[in-house]
Design a protein around this ligand. Structure first.
Ligand code: NAP
Length: 356
């Protein structure tokens, strides 16, 4: 294998599946400077296999391609390649089957694709929200390895914003209208003629994910190895908007007990989790940042806040239909994809699910 000398035994060796894509590139950018993980292999489709990563990738990150990764040969997505953790940014047309094969072969797979998210024995994990769902790994049956999934990119931000409200006040109803960035569609994504000067009121399959995934994530882990879904009704409408990175959501909620506005804000501002107390490298200092400024949050200004890992909320107002409404923002390829997946792996290392 080209670049096989690039192997540090003091870090956990990882392979990136779908390394040439939008999420794959973000993995490389974040992992290149990670204190615990070392990229030892990159894999993608037949289009890229056998060529050096730096020659085949259309690199779109603001930082330079790490030279030690640029020189790696792109490998076929088949078990047997180096690495013990497989971070997957694979297209969903192939992710399900490939990820199953890697888990069966003994890899710890952390996936960004939809394919395994709703499998009964697969954690749909947000480290700050449902770390106890990692218990599912004890009953998971993929052979020697494991699969953990990252939720949908809009769902991650939304569910982090809902979590403190769910815990303190209870939630009955949620209505969410998302405004999603074009990088969420991968590269080259939506044609410029379709998205410039426009809003596209369709992202195939997205509304169903926003309406169902939070129920599993906020669900209760039961001792028999099942998740009892949260009893919340969610209605979502998802739109593609001409923003590069950063998904927004305009959210209305009906709570079981209606708090004062200042109690809502306090719940968000004081929200913290094990990811923070364990000092995980990619954990944001505060998972949620609430803005008092009336015209915040905005994607262009706030998407990179706290390493791109925190959720920004603002504009809390009374809702004449439900109880409250607010605006929420999170970075779709960092918090909503590669960064979120790396944080899952960090939590698994610290909690003893990944040994090295
Ligand atoms: P993308 O830019 O289209 O990248 C897809 C990757 O999959 C590329 O590396 C591609 O390799 C590889 N691939 C495609 N067909 C393959 C095959 N038959 N065998 C092996 N590799 C194959 O997509 P993306 O936006 O990064 O999204 C990747 C996954 O993450 C999707 O499931 C998506 O739903 C999910 N996701 C995306 C975001 C986001 O904000 N973009 C957020 C959360 C989750 P080649 O370059 O060699 O073709």
């Amino acid at each position: 294998m080209m670049g096989s000398d690039f192997f540090y035994r003091d870090k956990i060796p990882v392979v990136i599946l779908g390394a040439t894509g939008t999420v794959g590139q973000r993995f490389i950018e974040l992992l290149a400077v990670h204190p615990w993980f070392q990229i030892v292999a990159v894999a993608a489709s037949e289009r890229s296999v056998g060529r050096r990563y730096g020659e085949v990738v259309n690199w779109l990150m603001a930082s330079a391609i790490p030279p030690e990764v640029a020189s790696l040969e792109v490998l076929r997505c088949e078990p047997g390649i180096p690495g013990s953790i497989a971070f997957s940014g694979l297209d969903s047309s192939v992710a399900g089957e490939v990820e199953t094969k890697f888990a069966e072969a003994g890899y710890i797979v952390i996936s960004n694709s939809r394919n395994h998210r709703m499998d009964a024995d697969v954690p749909l994990l947000i480290p700050e929200v449902n770390p106890e769902h990692l218990e599912l790994l004890k009953v998971q049956k993929f052979g020697k390895g494991k699969i953990v999934t990252n939720p949908n990119c809009s769902v991650i931000g939304l569910t982090i914003g809902l979590k403190p409200l769910f815990d303190r006040f209870g939630i009955e109803l949620v209505h969410a209208v998302t405004l999603q960035a074009i990088s969420g569609a991968g590269y080259p994504g939506v044609a410029s003629m379709d998205i410039l000067d426009n809003v596209v009121p369709l992202i195939e399959g997205e509304e169903d994910k926003v309406e169902t995934e939070p129920l599993k994530i906020l669900g209760t882990y039961q001792q028999d190895g099942e998740i009892k879904p949260a009893q919340i009704k969610i209605s979502a409408q998802c739109n593609r908007v001409p923003v590069n990175d950063g998904h927004m959501a305009c959210v209305s909620v009906k709570l079981k007990t209606k708090p004062k506005p200042e109690e809502m804000i306090e719940a968000w501002r004081s929200f913290t989790s094990e990811a923070q107390t364990l000092g995980l490298p990619l954990a944001p200092k505060n998972p949620i940042h609430y803005f008092d400024e009336k015209n915040y949050p905005q994607p262009k200004i706030h998407r990179n806040l706290d390493k791109g890992m925190c959720v920004s909320i603002g504009r809390l107002q009374d809702c004449p239909i439900l109880d409250y409404k607010f605006s929420l923002l999170s970075h779709n390829t960092i918090r909503g994809a590669a960064g979120g997946a790396i944080l899952c792996a960090e939590l698994m290392v610290r909690k003893g699910y990944i040994f090295w």
